[in-house]
Design a protein around this ligand. Structure first.
Ligand SMILES: Nc1ncnc2c1ncn2[C@@H]1O[C@H](COP(=O)(O)OP(=O)(O)O)[C@@H](O)[C@H]1O
Ligand SMILES: [Mg+2]
Length: 303
């Protein structure tokens, strides 16, 4: 990971800070399995630097931006980089305080606390992701206000208070720019440093294809253009973000590599991710423009 980050241009001072952080904070071996395994690396030097610096300074971060800008990928990459166990909490309108902190449960005729993800992350020095935090009701989140600010405590009525482990950090994600998103209340935003997530740069996308596929130079250009064109259409609200799926695109490329035709592969990984026929047509049009009729599978891969 260090090598990758250096090749991205991430400052060595920050990476030394990461090493110190890892050295300083013990890990409970029982939770090692929660350190995510990374299949896809996050690309974007500036964002990496902001996120690493914020974590080193003891801050929580809010990743905000359009869908498919790699917010979850970055959150997992961060837990992996800092070697901390990760808890991801998907928030929605029905999320309540007990789904974060925990709830009463019976064990051997005794009432005990069944620890929720925030509680466990607080104890174990984990990173906890509040995924799509703006989907939750403010009341659900007000219980973690004291957890997220300088007090760094969890108050559980009946169980006393827990001071956060030094290594604990919270990473919230928030999508904006599509219907159904709510704004986040100020009290909450003030407890995070905000990282505005950029869309992936063309040069980074090319690097990503180079490192994750055996496409040839020309094909890398085509697939890069495909992703960027679809992304632009999504940002302009011509289509939803369902087809803006880099993982799906990489899977399509793998299918082609295995022997499935170009168009069938793209249907599986991209086109049919959206269930709206009008949207599918737009996506298919973009594909037709970039992949000329007589292009063959074999033309795409390194010989
Ligand atoms: N900068 C980036 N680096 C790596 N992958 C990215 C980047 N931007 C987008 N992606 C890809 O976009 C897709 C969506 O990523 P995800 O983390 O789920 O986005 P979000 O949570 O922002 O909606 C994934 O396939 C991811 O690999
Ligand atoms: Mg997400």
């Amino acid at each position: 990971m260090r090598k990758f980050l250096l090749s991205q241009g991430v400052s060595e001072d920050l990476l030394n800070g990461v090493d110190e952080f890892i050295e300083k904070h013990e890990l409970n071996e029982e939770y090692r399995y929660r350190i995510p395994k990374i299949k896809y690396k996050y690309y974007g030097k500036k964002t990496w630097e902001k996120a690493i610096a914020a974590i080193l300074s003891g801050d929580n971060i809010l990743l905000s931006g359009p869908k498919a800008t790699g917010k979850n990928v970055l959150a997992e990459n961060l837990a992996y980089l800092f070697k901390r166990p990760l808890w991801t909490i998907s928030l929605n309108i029905t999320s309540d305080p007990s789904s974060l902190i925990g709830s009463d449960t019976f064990k051997n005729n005794e009432v005990i606390l069944k620890k929720g993800p925030v509680y466990e992350a607080a104890e174990q020095g984990g990173f906890a992701v509040f995924d799509e935090i703006n989907m939750a009701k403010n009341e659900a989140l007000s219980v973690v206000h004291s957890t997220l600010d300088y007090r760094r405590v969890i108050d559980v009525s009946g169980y006393g208070r827990l001071n956060l482990n030094d290594a604990t950090r919270f990473i919230a994600t928030m999508n904006y720019g599509y219907i159904g998103t709510r704004d986040l209340n100020e009290a909450l935003v003030s407890r995070f440093l905000v990282i505005d997530m950029p869309t992936i740069a063309e040069s980074d996308l090319e690097k990503l294809f180079k490192e994750n596929t055996n496409l040839n130079k020309n094909a890398i250009k085509i697939f890069t253009k495909l992703f960027l064109d679809l992304q632009e259409k999504s940002l302009n609200s011509e289509i939803s973000s369902k087809a803006i799926d880099l993982r799906g695109l990489l899977s399509s490329i793998e299918l082609m590599n295995k022997g499935l035709g170009i168009r069938d592969s793209l249907e599986l990984g991209i086109v049919d991710k959206t269930f709206d026929s009008y949207e599918r047509e737009i996506v298919t049009d973009v594909i037709d423009t970039l992949f000329i009729k007589n292009i063959e599978r074999a033309d795409l891969f390194e010989g």
